[in-house]
Design a protein around this ligand. Structure first.
Ligand SMILES: [Fe+2]
Ligand SMILES: [Fe+2]
Length: 303
């Protein structure tokens, strides 16, 4: 991206904050996303989730879903304790973003986008645990937020982003490649700018920037490698961007594999076939979670 376009995009992103539909919970929620999960105070999350009756109802509905236990949960606080901080952060963020983006601006189908984001969060976290990465919660958050640039492109470049998706879908090719051809930049670059504008930790903005371009880094951080692989696995397992993508992937020859193996030799012992089956086994939960949490508001937004 040339310097003029970069400056223009940065200015446009700054203006996003003043759009009238930005929900009141965005800034306090960003405050929660900037902190490690263990530092997040339960009372803060309860306060946020209680701000809006619809959000509180979604918390209760999700906590009472059979996927998360059989206990009858009646208060927002008990629901948050049952669901855990990570699920709550994802849910609040999803609800918030659904409110930020006007319904006519969504280019990717919102359910598809959230399934991919949540799928990537879960897969990246599982992989992180599997290789002994010390911050699996950070891996989850990095997976959840890695494609934030799609939201920027949807709002700021709706028509051209739609053309990019149509071309990628027609060619069954990677969306970021078509974005580069049509927009002149990708969701990776716009995602990095949004992460920086929102003051999210540097490792999250770095992941947004390089998750499709690990080889551009001389020594790729393990978090970027994990999210890159998590994204690939999701796209391979039908949790992509809503179209069939022709991909020939050999994970052990992927650009992220060697740097990750160097940092975490336990990766060598990961049985990929088993791991893929494991991910497929989690798909039902991913789909059900997204549908339970976002389905109603997304469907309402689309109508
Ligand atoms: Fe991406
Ligand atoms: Fe992705």
């Amino acid at each position: 991206m040339n310097a003029d376009r970069l400056q223009q995009l940065q200015d446009q992103i700054k203006k996003l904050d003043s759009i009238s539909t930005a929900p009141a919970i965005l800034q306090p929620l960003l405050e929660i996303l900037r902190q490690p999960a263990e530092n997040v105070r339960l009372e803060k999350v309860v306060e946020l989730a209680s701000y809006d009756g619809a959000i509180a109802a979604q918390c209760l509905r999700m906590a009472n879903s059979p996927l998360f236990g059989t206990r009858q949960i009646e208060t927002v606080k008990a629901a948050i304790v049952a669901l855990g901080i990570e699920r709550m952060r994802s849910m609040l963020f999803g609800v918030c973003v659904n409110q930020v983006i006007p319904k006519e601006k969504w280019v990717l189908d919102p359910v598809t986008f959230w399934r991919h984001s949540l799928g990537c969060a879960l897969v990246t976290q599982r992989m992180a645990k599997g290789i002994g990465y010390p911050e699996p919660d950070k891996a989850y958050l990095a997976g959840l937020l890695h494609d934030l640039g799609f939201l920027v492109n949807s709002i700021l470049c709706t028509a051209d982003f739609r053309k990019s998706l149509e071309r990628a879908s027609a060619q069954q090719s990677a969306l970021h490649v078509c974005e580069a051809e049509i927009l002149g930049f990708t969701h990776c670059e716009s995602g990095q700018l949004l992460c920086e504008h929102w003051g999210l930790p540097k490792d999250l903005s770095e992941t947004a920037r390089y998750h499709h371009d690990v080889s551009a880094l001389s020594s790729a951080p393990p978090l970027v490698c994990l999210v890159h692989l998590g994204d690939l696995l999701c796209r391979l397992c039908n949790l992509g961007y809503g179209y069939d993508e022709i991909m020939s992937v050999e994970l052990s020859r992927d650009s992220a594999w060697q740097p990750l193996m160097t940092a975490f030799p336990a990766l060598a012992a990961v049985d990929l076939v088993r791991f893929t089956i494991d991910i497929e086994g989690a798909m039902d939960q991913i789909v059900a979670t997204v549908d339970a949490v976002f389905g109603k508001s997304v469907a309402a937004g689309k109508s």
